[in-house]
Design a protein around this ligand. Structure first.
Ligand SMILES: [Zn+2]
Length: 279
């Protein structure tokens, strides 16, 4: 699933392509995608910006916002008016000489589109925690959120109510960067450990953005080009910090990659589906 770094690069590229274009029509090809009714006076209106909140991409037009969640495998592509519309297309934003096509290949169709008036925020649809790269996400604010959490570190990081935009892959990288077990109890981290996690969040997400930007260029086909990751999906490869093989543990909700050498004090964690006592 695309996370904050992929979606931020998609936002940049989408804004470069769509800003000042006039939206003429919206064709919904798969009704499941549409979460709100289509207002009457929707067209024409000019795209003024493309923004992002957590894992949501927002196409801002003069009167309305189009809030999109790509979920697991939603993709966007800008095509010229003469191109054919693909079968897997869920929605088409029609401009003068081009159209933006939203497709979803996954079996489970979960991509979502909300059409709202301009002052409606994503948080009105789904409450989200702060943006981890925004200036108001200070160490003090982070510390107050994490120190009251009852979750384990990785679950804390991927919970969108704590902060928005981090998912399974970047959470593994953040735990590794901080040198901490993904299964540490968040509220029991020391002040120094909390500082390490805070620094790791900024570093991992910023590095992710610059790597993804380099790999994607100006394309809207961002995919998940994550060859730069240190532990995520790197089972048995040597840890870039201590050389020990990267391990993998499965819990009911997700797979977690970590280094037993520098994150869990040499301890190899048991399969979480069988052990309720991961520490
Ligand atoms: Zn290591």
């Amino acid at each position: 699933m695309p996370e904050l770094p992929e979606l931020e690069v998609l936002r940049e590229n989408l804004e470069n392509r769509l800003k000042d274009r006039v939206l003429r029509e919206l064709r919904i090809r798969k009704p499941y995608i549409q979460k709100t009714p289509q207002p009457d006076d929707l067209f024409p209106q000019k795209v003024t910006a493309v923004s992002r909140r957590g894992k949501y991409i927002i196409i801002d037009a003069e009167r309305n916002r189009f809030i999109i969640h790509l979920m697991l495998s939603g993709r966007m592509k800008l095509r010229s008016s003469s191109d054919p519309v693909l079968k897997s297309t869920a929605a088409v934003f029609v401009f003068c000489d081009s159209f933006l096509q939203l497709t979803e290949e996954a079996r489970l169709k979960r991509m979502s589109l909300w059409i709202v008036v301009s002052d409606v925020k994503v948080d009105d649809i789904k409450p989200l925690g702060p943006e981890p790269l925004s200036p108001d996400f200070t160490p003090e604010r982070f510390s107050s959120i994490i120190s009251t959490s009852r979750q384990r570190l990785k679950s804390f990081l991927v919970n969108q109510r704590n902060m928005a935009g981090i998912g399974n892959a970047y959470a593994d990288e953040i735990c590794w960067e901080a040198g901490l077990s993904p299964f540490r109890q968040a509220s029991k981290l020391t002040g120094e450990e909390i500082e390490r996690v805070y620094a790791a969040i900024g570093k991992v997400l910023r590095e992710g953005i610059s790597q993804i930007r380099r790999a994607a260029g100006d394309s809207l086909d961002i995919g998940e080009k994550r060859g730069f990751m240190k532990v995520h999906r790197r089972k048995d490869e040597p840890c870039p910090r201590c050389g020990k093989p990267i391990a993998w543990v499965s819990t009911t909700s997700r797979n977690t990659y970590y280094c037993p050498g520098c994150q869990t004090g040499g301890k190899v964690l048991k399969d979480g589906r069988r052990s309720r006592f991961l520490k």
